[in-house]
Design a protein around this ligand. Structure first.
Ligand code: DC
Length: 240
């Protein structure tokens, strides 16, 4: 990775505002925006399309070795293609949301996707959102943020996302899905959702998107660049 490439890691639970904040942040910084959750969703969508049993890790890993993953940057946004196809909004369907945490808990799937995520610095500086970006994918970046919001606000945000896609679902269903995913994402053995060492935690229930972005930009401006960037380490949150 070139010394000039900067990575901003934005982690947090589902519907904590990561996507909206990260997109605006990337725009303001002139960096590419990468949604790592979209990669886990795309793999889940592909498994469902191929009729692969998502609860069978061997079958999912087998599928991973038959598909070709590639990326393109469109309008500053990284898009993951599977066998040349961008699944688009289909990865947001509730059927994908219900299964994605199961797929994301498979260590071999994570290993493959983490390599791809790291490779995206070849396109330049980036803002990457996810669950393990500051802890595993880019543990040495000095720019790590962890967003959170209270459960009611998160349900409202996710319901708004669904409404924008014309998907009707009750607040109860959304709350149940968010709770179930939080439990799986934070409880899994490999790269669980956690606050990365050195991350700035931003509870944004009462902050607008713009305010949250300003807090992050202020912190990035205060953070002096690292004198000697280290190569990305492997799995695990580095010890302080
Ligand atoms: O951010 P999202 O809701 O689109 O993420 C979809 C799922 O992918 C989420 O349940 C957890 C998983 N995920 C992950 O395990 N690691 C990441 N870096 C990003 C997402």
């Amino acid at each position: 990775m070139s010394d000039k490439v900067t990575v901003v890691a934005v982690d947090g639970p589902a519907a904590s505002g990561k996507s909206t904040v990260s997109k605006l942040l990337a725009k303001k910084l002139g960096f590419n925006y990468v949604d790592s959750g979209a990669m886990y969703r795309a793999v889940t969508w592909q498994a469902l399309e191929m009729g692969v049993d998502v609860t069978d890790p061997i079958a999912v890993i087998g599928m991973m070795h038959t598909i070709k993953i590639s990326f393109e940057i469109r309008d500053g946004v990284a898009r993951m293609l599977i066998n040349g196809v961008d699944p688009g909004d289909a990865i947001r369907e509730p059927r994908v949301a219900e299964k994605v945490s199961v797929i994301a808990a498979i260590p071999e799937v994570r290993q493959i996707l983490v390599q791809h995520q790291r490779s995206l610095t070849k396109f330049g500086s980036l803002v990457m959102e996810g669950r393990d970006i500051g802890s595993v994918v880019f543990p040495d970046t000095p720019h790590k943020f962890y967003l959170d919001a209270n459960p009611e606000v998160r349900v409202q945000r996710r319901q708004r996302d669904f409404a924008a896609m014309n998907i009707q679902t009750s607040a109860e269903n959304v709350a149940q899905n968010l709770q179930a995913r939080d439990k799986l994402d934070a409880g899994r053995a490999t790269a669980p959702l956690q606050i990365a060492v050195g991350a700035t935690v931003i509870e944004n229930s009462r902050l607008s998107v713009e305010e949250t972005v300003e807090v992050i930009l202020g912190q990035i401006r205060r953070q002096p660049p690292r004198p000697d960037p280290l190569p990305w380490r492997g799995e695990g949150n580095p010890q302080p």
